[in-house]
Ligand binder design. Structure first.
Ligand SMILES: [Fe+2]
Ligand SMILES: [Fe+2]
Length: 186
């Protein structure tokens, strides 16, 4: 297959796809497991949107004449290495907020690059709209948990942000050779 994307951009889009798949699987698992009926609605919607995002990246990669690069490492797996697996739903949502804020800023950055392909830009805009909705429901839930007594959440959120800043700086350094950040061979 001969496509229009340079290697580095194909890797970046494949990486986005892998992270959306990981997000969808995580939220799907949470949606199955929770006994909180109202929460299960948000989790299921979140799962469905991340799965749709994974498909949008996949179909875009195909439309541009490529197949996705198989990427086993995700941005979230860097979190897991540093933070471990969050034990409670509040911690998962807190980390999700840090992640979604990061993705939001990063997608805006990608969108503003003059060399970004018009179809990639259109897909990024769709993602940004959905991510705003994700940040909204997650933020509301976290505010509720905090009001109900989880006063440790803001400090923990700061700790997560600090870790995220470090991971992101590392990722940016390798942006044009993502395979180095992921410890993979192009
Ligand atoms: Fe997404
Ligand atoms: Fe999201």
């Amino acid at each position: 297959m001969s496509g229009v994307l340079p290697d580095d951009e194909l890797w970046v889009l494949s990486y986005y796809r892998a992270s959306e798949l990981a997000g969808a699987l995580l939220f799907g698992r949470l949606a199955r497991r929770t006994s909180d009926g109202e929460l299960s609605i948000f989790l299921t919607e979140h799962f469905a949107e991340e799965a749709r995002h994974a498909w949008l990246w996949t179909s875009l990669i195909r439309e541009l004449g490529h197949v996705p690069v198989r990427i086993t490492e995700t941005y979230q797996s860097h979190y897991s290495r540093e933070i471990g697996i969050p034990a409670t739903i509040a911690e998962v949502l807190l980390l999700t907020r840090v992640f979604e804020e990061r993705i939001y800023c990063h997608f805006v950055r990608h969108l503003e690059r003059p060399e970004t392909h018009a179809l990639v830009k259109a897909t990024l805009k769709t993602m940004l709209e959905d991510e705003r909705g994700h940040l909204e429901w997650v933020g509301e839930r976290l505010a509720r948990y905090e009001a109900e007594g989880m006063t440790f959440l803001p400090a923990l959120g700061e700790k997560y942000r600090e870790i995220d800043r470090r991971i992101y700086a590392e990722a940016l350094e390798c942006e044009s050779r993502l395979w180095d950040f992921l410890g993979m061979k192009p």
